[in-house]
Design a protein around this ligand. Sequence first.
Ligand SMILES: Nc1nc2c(ncn2[C@@H]2O[C@H](COP(=O)(O)OP(=O)(O)OP(=O)(O)O)[C@@H](O)[C@H]2O)c(=O)[nH]1
Ligand SMILES: [Mg+2]
Length: 369
Amino acid sequence: MDAAALLAQRVRAGDVRATARLISMIERDDPSRLETLKTLHAWTGRAHIIGITGPPGSGKSTLTDKIVSELRNRKRRVAVVAIDPSSPFTGGAILGDRIRMNRHSTDESVFIRSLATRGHLGGLSRATSEAVRVLDAAGYDDIIIETVGVGQSEVDVVRLADTIVLVSVPGMGDDIQAIKAGVMEIGDVFCVNKADRDGAERVVREIRAMLETAVLNGASTRFSVLYASLAAESAIPDSVAPETHDYFQQGAAHHIAKQHHDHGELDLPPVLTTIAESGEGVRDLVDAIKAHETGLVSTGLLAIRRRENLAWELGKAAADRIQSVLEHEERKSAMAELASAVLEKRTDFYEALDKLERSLAAAYVAQES
Ligand SMILES: Nc1nc2c(ncn2[C@@H]2O[C@H](COP(=O)(O)OP(=O)(O)OP(=O)(O)O)[C@@H](O)[C@H]2O)c(=O)[nH]1
Ligand SMILES: [Mg+2]
């Protein structure tokens, strides 16, 4: 048996050191990891992947620690991947997390790992995705991804989760705005942490109001498993062109939501309060997370969501490869030459673009083989 197959076998058997070693290879972007990842692929797809995101300092790590305990009470094996985009040079947060989650360190059924890459955030979402798949193949039942949620690149990181928990806290008015702007639409379960502070109930009301508007506007079917699944059951008339089926179903979900609203029974994603420090509310939070998973499975939406996420990941990986071809020195000088040709009126912009695209395609194919 070669080294890659041996490593895969150890990971599958639940060997923690082998798993940690493979994740280190992933962090380093070590090409030799790929064979092992390919072998492990057959054993992925079992775990419930949970994303936890929210503003810095909102209590994600404290909450994660308590969620881990609750999942352990339920006899689940749990892995945590904490994303640290600022690392490996600062490391302060990681140290804090180590202390915070220390009590799980002797529990063999809990695996906690901070993930950092030196590269750009795109590299981080690649590494996260690979690490999660490794942990899935290693047999962890629940895999939690903890990441600071402030913008698009962080959203990318949690995109591979089945269930996304959005954490907010009282007394951060502007952060609610930030959540509203970019991150709101990805939440499946909403958690207002630090409920021991003033204003938690107001934040709950604000979030519910935002969700209501969003669901009624049909902003995203991701918001409601219920409406998406009811819409999926509604027959699509023959007159609707296949390429607009998604659009039709979103419209149907929107329509059903409106009807429910008119009857005063609009179904919104859960918005819960917690005090992570004492553990208050954590059991209900875990119930909501698990109810979301059950809903995804029973409606068939889990498969759809995973397919969408994977298709997105493939597109992103392809774009990364194209970008690396584009950034090649040879390509750069070709672009400079084309720019001169356009400026000197030897060609026009669109002809130059076509030419660049052709050379790009050729280089891309050459890189592949
Ligand atoms: N009052 C109060 N403080 C809390 C609660 N939960 C967490 N904290 C405190 O908030 C601070 C930040 O908690 P963390 O769990 O590190 O927050 P985080 O979101 O993981 O932070 P980053 O990973 O740095 O973004 C710590 O001092 C916690 O003790 C809570 O429910 N109430
Ligand atoms: Mg943290």
